[in-house]
Write a protein that binds this ligand. Structure first.
Ligand code: SDX
Length: 358
């Protein structure tokens, strides 16, 4: 067998073909040929989820069928709340989501149905856990679009304009080719394990602070800043200490993350409407300083975390929200992997001791 040496972290390595999404360092992101920002601006979450999973925008009949599948699968069995009631109150929401997903009973039979049923249940699992962990009763289900239901489950509010910003954010989080959690899912799927196990693997990977866990840490530093000059000093001090600042940098995007720039423009107007212009100015000062000092762009998580904060969404939801949206991308990748499968099993160069004897 011929061996090919690649960079650590598989940086710059193309490991397989995909027809689902494409990103490039100049800052382009397309889902099935459509520019992601255009989809965020002009489509609904259900339309884009159908596009990502099935490869085409739904016609009227397909849109109704897909929306019905998501809404009828949006509830969880009553015993799930009982199980959540036994979990430690301080358990991270992403851990609870992963644990419940790993063992909850499913009604759908086909792979795509099972994956979509899991995706459809995530908002309810997160909401029930959040309220149970605070001693409140779960919110009753509500009608509306996927994003409006999701926003209501996160906040108890039916504010349609905030729900629309959440919908755009969810569309931009939905898919990102072979990011760490998606590749984890594809490795699991390549063993032909079941969809539920593969989704559980992806949920384990997305928790990491280098990946989906970053967005929960951004507000920890951002909300401490009292002025733009303090923000700039903070960045300089962190960089001097060679410490990483959450919400910045990306393996692919070296100039700009198109999702971050889209949300930054939406946030400029949204922050003004919420009387949070100063927070916006501090955020853009941090972005400006990071670019000036190290040419490192803001990634999606930076502006997403601020949008979610101004929507009144508890930051413990940030990573689970990312996961709930990305579970539709994971669905597409599971189906693509198993449709033309080869077990993913790389080799390694052994550098350990040899010739040892007991
Ligand atoms: C997501 O892959 C995806 O598509 C992910 C994602 C998706 O949609 O799935 O886009 C979502 O995960 C966004 C990333 C969220 N993570 C963070 O914000 C955590 C902070 N970011 C970094 O840890 C880092 O930027 C990574 C992990 C995102 C990317 O790291 P790379 O490509 O492995 O690059 P690197 O760590 O080798 O950094 C290269 C240089 C280093 O400096 P030098 O040693 O060369 O001097 O850039 C520096 C790093 O120190 N650097 C940072 C930095 N990120 C990189 N310096 C300060 N702050 C940062 N955030």
């Amino acid at each position: 067998m011929e061996f090919e040496e690649v960079k650590k972290g598989l940086a710059g390595v193309i490991v397989d073909d995909t027809a689902i999404a494409s990103t490039d360092s100049s800052g382009t992101l397309i889902y099935r040929g459509y520019v992601a920002e255009e989809l965020a601006e002009r489509s609904t979450f259900e339309e884009v989820a159908h596009l990502v999973v099935y490869g085409h925008l739904p016609n009227k009949k397909e849109r109704l069928k897909f929306s019905n599948l998501l809404s009828r699968n949006s509830r969880v069995a009553p015993n799930i709340d009982k199980i959540m009631g036994l979990l430690p109150r301080n358990a991270p929401a992403i851990d609870v989501l992963r644990s419940i997903v790993s063992m909850m009973p499913l009604n759908e039979n086909e792979d795509d149905g099972k994956l979509l049923e899991i995706a459809a249940k995530m908002p309810r699992i997160m909401s029930d856990w959040h309220r149970l962990s605070k001693g409140s009763l779960p919110l009753r289900s509500t009608d509306g679009t996927y994003a409006e239901r999701f926003y209501y489950l996160l906040t108890g509010s039916k504010n349609k304009s905030d729900a629309r910003l959440l919908e755009e954010l969810l569309i931009l989080y939905m898919e990102h080719e072979f990011n760490a959690s998606t590749f984890t899912l594809r490795v699991a799927a390549s063993t032909l394990t079941d969809p539920q196990a593969a989704m559980t693997a992806a949920l384990a990977a997305i928790k990491g602070p280098l990946h989906g866990g970053a967005n929960a840490e951004i507000l920890d530093y951002l909300l401490q800043m009292k002025s733009t000059s303090e923000a700039r000093r903070y960045v300089d001090a962190k960089l001097r200490k060679k410490e990483k600042i959450m919400g910045f940098g990306h393996r692919i995007y070296k100039n700009k993350d198109p999702r971050a720039q889209y949300l930054k423009e939406r946030l400029r107007v949204f922050a003004a409407a919420k009387g949070a212009e100063k927070l916006y100015d501090i955020a853009t000062a941090i972005e400006d300083e990071m670019w000036k000092m190290k040419n490192i762009p803001a990634n999606m998580d930076f502006y997403a975390a601020i949008c979610l904060y101004l929507m009144g969404i508890d930051s413990s939801f940030n990573t689970p929200i990312f996961a709930a949206s990305r579970s539709f991308g994971w669905t597409a990748h599971y189906l693509e992997q198993v449709s033309n499968n080869k077990l993913i099993r790389p080799s390694s160069r052994y550098i350990g001791p040899v010739g040892m004897h007991l």
